[in-house]
Design a protein around this ligand. Structure first.
Ligand code: ADP
Length: 448
């Protein structure tokens, strides 16, 4: 400011000097007037120059282009310089907050849950791809649309108009179809002035798991209640009625059957929970294929003798490829034995007296080991095959129970197979028989 004042004084002095010089040249008598005119002219020129520089700065500020700042000195040069620095700082801050916003939105986009931002009119301000897919919203086209106009589900409409936001609501998702349910949970979170955040979550798997848990508990309770009711009935009879010794021992035999049924059920349940709760078997334990097959043969013959006493006996055959004479399966011997025993016991229980049951260990062309249990039983209709490994799924409940089945055998077999990286293949023809094969990959067995 001082410099500006100094330059103004200098300019005035230069003007005065020029006026003096002009008066001398023209021998003017009124020196004072010439001095004044010289001073005024120089001040006017200084003012015009100053205004010109100010106009350049103003026109640059109007354009707002940082790159074309006027190169000028003095006060206006400094003004231009400071404004340029200020603008540059602002631009940097703006770019940084733009980047932060982009990162933030990308993070929300990557979220497995849906996010929708609603303004105070319940119009969509922004939504991520997950929410768009779950609710059938177009994240670009539907911006500024009222969510109530897009979502017509009465459950959703009721939830949006209620004051209670403490609980989420669950409704059908956009891709919900017959046989392919999709359930979406939506929760409102008010924020700011009348704005709302909607969080959506796919809870289909959760609901299915919950339904499975409920079914499982109901099934177990039902399976245990039946033998328990029978048992307590017999106990009451034995307590209250004076029975003949023959009747007494008949009742005790029936009670023992029911107790065994409960015992088998509890054992199978414990096996399943052990299979689910323990880590996958490693490769350091092993069992001879021949031993597996032989133990099954012994068990099957014993079971067959009990089930079909006084009827034509079932015919058993066990065999294995020459190459598998000394083959070992790598894994948990107890689990592998229980899987094959379950398959063989099913074959015995569902094949009528006089039928054939064959257990064969073979090496396939693609170097896989196959343990196959075939029978000449009633066979299984194709619509049941995919569901046989579900817990408690039975085609004929009373036949399964009468022969000591728990409905958990094939579920155990499937678990054991999965834990050993094997697959369970089921083939069956109604009226002709069935075959159940456990197929192990090369890394799960050794030939010597
Ligand atoms: P269960 O204890 O009832 O035998 P599983 O899980 O072992 O339970 O088998 C499920 C159902 O699959 C059985 O109830 C039966 O209907 C059917 N099934 C299993 N094995 C055979 C077979 N070899 N022949 C015919 N049906 C079978």
């Amino acid at each position: 400011m001082f410099l500006r004042f100094l330059s103004f004084i200098l300019l005035a002095c230069v003007g005065a000097l020029l006026g003096f010089y002009w008066a001398e040249q023209h021998h003017a008598s009124t020196l004072g007037i010439y001095l004044l005119i010289g001073t005024l002219i120089s001040i006017l020129m200084g003012w015009i120059w100053d205004t010109f520089k100010a106009l350049r700065v103003i026109s640059w500020l109007r354009q707002g282009d940082l790159g074309s700042a006027p190169q000028t000195f003095g006060l206006w040069g400094e003004v231009a310089d400071r404004v340029r620095r200020l603008l540059r700082d602002r631009q940097r801050q703006l770019a940084a907050s733009d980047q932060r916003l982009t990162d933030f939105l990308q993070a929300i986009q990557a979220s497995p849950n849906g996010v929708i931002l609603l303004d105070d009119q319940a119009q969509i301000e922004w939504c991520n791809q997950t929410a768009a897919e779950q609710l059938g919203i177009d994240p670009l086209r539907d911006i500024k649309q009222r969510i109530g106009n897009l979502m017509r589900d009465p459950i959703f409409t009721g939830y949006m108009s209620s004051l209670d936001v403490s609980h989420p609501v669950v409704m059908s998702g956009r891709s919900d179809r017959e046989g392919h349910p999709v359930r979406i949970s939506v929760q409102r979170h008010p924020y700011g002035e009348g704005k709302q955040l909607l969080l959506t979550r796919d809870v289909t798997a959760l609901e299915q798991a919950e339904a499975m848990r409920r079914d499982f508990v109901a099934n177990v309770s039902h399976e245990i209640r039946t033998p328990l009711t029978v048992l307590s009935g017999f106990v009451e009879t034995l307590q209250n009625l004076p029975l003949e010794p023959a009747d007494q021992s008949r009742y005790l035999a029936l009670m023992s059957t029911q107790a065994h049924r409960m015992q088998s059920l509890v054992e199978d349940l414990l096996t399943l929970s052990r299979l689910e709760g323990s880590p996958s078997p490693g490769f350091h334990n092993s069992v001879l294929v021949e031993q597996l097959v032989r133990v099954c043969q012994d068990e099957a013959q014993a079971l067959s003798a009990v089930l079909y006493a006084n009827q034509s006996p079932q015919i058993f055959s066990v065999s294995w490829d020459e190459a598998l004479q000394h083959a070992k399966l790598l894994g948990e011997p107890r689990e592998l034995q229980s899987a094959l025993s379950n398959l063989v016991s099913n074959a015995v229980r569902y094949t009528p007296a006089g039928g054939r049951i064959e257990v064969r260990a073979s090496l396939s062309a693609d170097d896989k080991l196959c343990l196959k249990v075939s029978d000449t039983g009633p066979g299984i209709a194709s619509e049941h095959i995919a569901r046989l490994t579900e817990r408690f799924y039975r085609i004929d409940k009373s036949r399964s129970r009468d022969s000591g089945g728990t409905g958990l055998g094939l579920a155990i077999v499937k678990h054991v197979a999965q834990r050993h990286g094997a697959s369970l293949n089921i083939q069956s023809t109604l009226g002709k028989g069935s075959s159940f094969s456990l197929v192990f990959a090369l890394d799960r067995f050794s030939l010597s």
